[in-house]
Design a protein around this ligand. Sequence first.
Ligand code: F6R
Length: 366
Amino acid sequence: EKGGYDHFMLKEIYEQPLAIKDTYRGRLLADEGIIKMAGIEDNMKRFLNADRIIIVACGTSWHAGLVAEYIFEDLARIPVEVEYASEFRYRNPVITEKDVVISISQSGETADTLAAIKLAKSKGAFVFGVCNVVGSSIARETDAGAYTHAGPEIGVASTKAFTTQITVLTLIALRLARAKGTMSSSDYRRHLHELELIPEKVTKALEADKHIQAVSQLYKDSHNMLYLGRGYNFPVALEGALKLKEISYIHAEGYPAAEMKHGPIALIDENMPVIIIATKKGHYEKVVSNIQEIKARKGKIIGIVTEGDVSVRELADHVIEVPETLENLSPLLTTIPLQLLSYHIAVMLGKNVDQPRNLAKSVTVE
Ligand code: F6R
């Protein structure tokens, strides 16, 4: 049932090229320049009239929501707020009939997310669901939605659900951008073609596995790790840190790289490994100067870089390469080495990777 893999988590990490393809199959017609999603077409007016989009989710799905915030604002010019469902539901939020709420949930059963949806609906908002489990409570409760089609995710730590959520949300953002005319047709087409290439680039990113395993061996006994990223890759840093915490029980924190100097830099010494996402597009020079600051304080640096990178390689203790892509699609690639790093560290520490202590696959209590 694990298809020859030692754990479901590893199987699911390796399933991502196919899972992403399944997510866009029938929806992304790159050559024709078309995105087809019934849930969006049927409700286009609601989306186009929305003053803002509010995204509600928990955990890894919340991180996918943060990536979506960058994509929606950047490409479709729609203001987005991303909320932890558990905070949103109890804070007497201002919601009107003009709001569109997007809820993201792999299981479709998360109690706080479900409650947030019910609250938003009661105030007249239009609620759209991005779920993986077909027929789940959240899928049924929402006004419309789009499934991720990632297939069953058994490992408690979410992997392919995250990348397929980002894929669906990217498709939605592109469809809305086209409808709103916020992207030029050449830029739009370029995005469609690049998105179509993501599965093979994920396959390419997975080829670093052996190297990542060797790096994992060097850092598995760390007590803390810091994950940094900027822009589109800030949420990826949060997700990388969450993944490590969940399955290896090593304390890790994710931060926007530029926030480092406002506090976390105090933690840096020779015992603090820093995983920093420094891909070519997106604040590259600024991230390189963050790397110099870490290096000056003797921090150990693991850089996640674009293939062929030179500058970070000179400074970092290790680099892990991912193929080049558009900046706003880069989370789909930079996430992969972070998943593998946590996986290998957890296995080396003898942890129960698929069923970490204290965690459940779907959190049906608040
Ligand atoms: C992380 C993880 C959790 C879930 C969270 C939301 O690996 O598994 O943080 O992402 O409990 O779950 P869903 O997406 O099912 O609503």
